[in-house]
Design a protein around this ligand. Structure first.
Ligand SMILES: Nc1nc2c(ncn2[C@@H]2O[C@H](COP(=O)(O)OP(=O)(O)OP(=O)(O)O)[C@@H](O)[C@H]2O)c(=O)[nH]1
Ligand SMILES: [Mg+2]
Length: 66
């Protein structure tokens, strides 16, 4: 990785897109967790049981520790 790439990553200029698959038992709170990652203005007020599956696209900032 070159200097520019490192700098761009450090400054957060390069946004990476990831796909996240959320799996779990019925009624275990998957949609609720996803809803809470959304910006306040975009959150659903009423979460109903998901029929089949949902595909959603939104931006959020994650700090992940392993
Ligand atoms: N007490 C409690 N209830 C929760 C929590 N998270 C979600 N719930 C409730 O659990 C119920 C199911 O939440 P959902 O987010 O719809 O769960 P889900 O896994 O998406 O359910 P399906 O789409 O049916 O698979 C809702 O009534 C939520 O309000 C939690 O942390 N604590
Ligand atoms: Mg759901």
């Amino acid at each position: 990785m070159g200097l520019f790439d490192r700098l761009a990553n450090l400054l957060g200029l390069r946004k990476k897109e990831v796909n996240v698959l959320v799996v779990g038992l019925n009624n275990s709170g998957k949609s609720t967790v996803i809803n809470n990652f959304k910006h306040e203005d975009d959150r659903c007020i009423d979460i109903v049981p998901t029929v089949g599956f949902n595909v959603e696209k939104f931006s959020c900032k994650l700090n992940i520790e392993d």
